[in-house]
Design a protein around this ligand. Structure first.
Ligand code: BTN
Length: 276
């Protein structure tokens, strides 16, 4: 097994089987954040399908204003620019489309079973391997662009102390099953883009998630488990048992007052990331 895992524009191009996604690639060894760069390029009229990818991010962004650790040579830090003709309130569904696509690509590429913590964390053996940050610009006519940022911990061997309990990498998990020294990042990038393009096309047919409900719900780590939904101030807004998502991507939570559709918010799942 090759221990060196370079990720270059040329290597991604060679393996790419998509029609549009990633046909134009903007690659940098180092960048502030691929999402920020994709938004800069969107402002300069960059087209649908542009892929921005870097080997290291100095200011990687997570959800809710958090930072995202993105060291050199270890992960996939990439952002896809899309210009869908959609109403702005449909953009959040793209995040779930992406989560399922990444989960499917990881399974095909590595054989690792993943689950999804609603709406979009990908989890292996109870720890997070991938996060997704979707950012949108819209006006009265609808979406101008969407940037889907995907961060996958691929060949990370060790995490900063503050995230060791909740983060893992594909390599760490794979090497529990077999002697593996490196996972090829360019191959996984093209697998993710291929799945994402297929699922994106399927999503556009009805502009809802009916086409993936069954597969997403099967992978849902929250399903039939006790969850707490936190508001933007971090306070618990409701708790109950998660039952699955509906075709709008909302999480259905059975509470003492009945079934509640949760549209957004942070969800803690009992048994995941240290919630007991
Ligand atoms: C999360 O908090 O779970 C979302 C993390 C998203 C990280 C990715 S890495 C590529 C892209 N660029 C960023 O700055 N963030 C996203």
């Amino acid at each position: 097994m090759n221990q060196k895992d370079d990720i270059t524009e040329e290597m991604i191009h060679k393996q790419l089987r998509t029609k549009v996604f990633g046909k134009t690639i903007y690659y940098k060894e180092e960048i502030d954040s691929t999402n920020t760069e994709a938004k800069r390029q969107a402002a300069e009229e960059a087209g649908h399908g542009l892929l921005v990818i870097a080997d290291r991010q100095t200011l990687g962004k997570g959800r809710r204003g958090r930072s995202w650790s993105s060291p050199k040579g270890t992960g996939i830090w990439m952002s896809l620019l899309l210009r869908p003709k959609l109403a702005a309130n449909k953009a959040s569904m793209l995040t779930l489309v992406t989560a399922l696509s990444v989960a499917e690509a990881i399974f095909e590429n590595t054989g690792l079973e993943t689950s999804i913590k609603w709406p979009n964390d990908i989890v292996v053996n109870g720890k997070k391997v991938c996060g997704i940050l979707t950012e949108m610009s819209a006006d009265n006519s609808g979406i101008l662009y969407v940037v889907i940022g995907i961060g996958v911990n691929v060949n990370t061997r060790e995490f900063p102390e503050e995230i060791q309990a909740i983060a893992t990498s594909l390599l760490i998990e794979k090497s529990k099953q077999t002697m593996q020294v490196c996972i090829n990042r360019s191959g996984l990038v093209s697998d993710i883009l291929e799945k994402l393009e297929q699922n994106y096309e399927a999503f556009l047919v009805n502009e809802d998630l009916s086409f993936l409900l069954e597969s997403y719900n099967k992978k849902l780590a929250n399903r039939d488990r006790q969850v707490k939904v936190l508001g933007s101030d971090g306070q618990v807004e409701l708790s109950g048992i998660a039952k699955g998502i509906n075709k709008e991507g909302e999480l259905l939570v059975e509470t003492e007052e009945g079934l509640v559709e949760v549209r957004s918010g942070e969800v803690s799942v009992r048994g995941l990331y240290g919630y007991v």
